[in-house]
Design a protein around this ligand. Structure first.
Ligand code: HEC
Length: 178
């Protein structure tokens, strides 16, 4: 290899390595992207009134979730790989907005459906599947309320549903989150 060719070769190698490093830094973990896609599909089914399909998809998604924290991570901001639900739902309590309510109602219900299907085995300090299902059902019902309230553009009902949703998050965390 002559000197010129060698220089070119080194340059191309550096560019390739650079692209690899950048690529791996920019994209979230594969499982996270998969969970996100699955939740979006369930939300779409809920939005279209296909409750049975949503339940089936949720059972499959729950089986694919190896670590509950990966699922819960989807509540985080979009720039951290989530749906921005945690902040969005809290905002709705202060500023009930029909557009944001519509965006988050079905997503929140989809999350609830998968959380419900992901009930843990019994543990100490009231950590039993029944308590889990209770919080998950409250979350799901309040999320469905949110979707309907947003459809009717009923600010008061949007706010009430958002409060119920937050209560379900906090209630479950107080028992099940370390
Ligand atoms: C049925 C129980 C339950 C409900 C309902 C629930 N969570 Fe969680 N959540 C958990 C548990 C358990 C953990 C801890 C997971 C772990 O670290 O293994 C957790 C962890 C989290 C985390 C930390 C995830 C991370 O990035 O590490 C966030 C954020 C979160 N939940 C948001 C919410 C929000 C917002 C709601 C309501 C809209 C909610 N959760 C409803 C059980 C629940």
């Amino acid at each position: 290899m002559n000197a010129k060719l060698q220089k070119g070769f080194v340059g191309v190698t550096i560019i390739l390595i650079g692209a690899l490093v950048l690529g791996s830094g920019a994209s979230p973990a594969q499982s996270e992207t998969d969970h996100k896609k699955a939740i979006q599909q369930i939300a779409d089914a809920i939005k279209n009134g296909k409750g049975v399909v949503a339940k089936k998809l949720a059972a499959k998604a729950a089986a694919d979730v190896k670590d509950l924290a990966d699922l819960m991570h989807l509540y985080r901001p979009e720039k951290r790989g989530g749906f921005g639900l945690e902040i969005g739902l809290r905002q709705l309590v202060k500023m009930p907005n029909a557009k944001i309510g519509a965006k988050f109602g079905s997503l929140s219900a989809a999350m609830a459906e998968v959380i419900l299907a992901k009930a843990p085995i019994a543990g100490p300090k009231g950590k039993n599947p029944k308590a889990w299902a209770g919080f998950a059902q409250r979350l799901r019902n309040a999320s469905t309320d949110l979707e309907q309230a947003a459809r009717k553009k009923n600010a008061k009902a949007i706010q009430a549903a958002a409060v119920q949703i937050n209560d379900a998050c906090v209630g479950c965390h107080s028992i099940f989150k370390e």
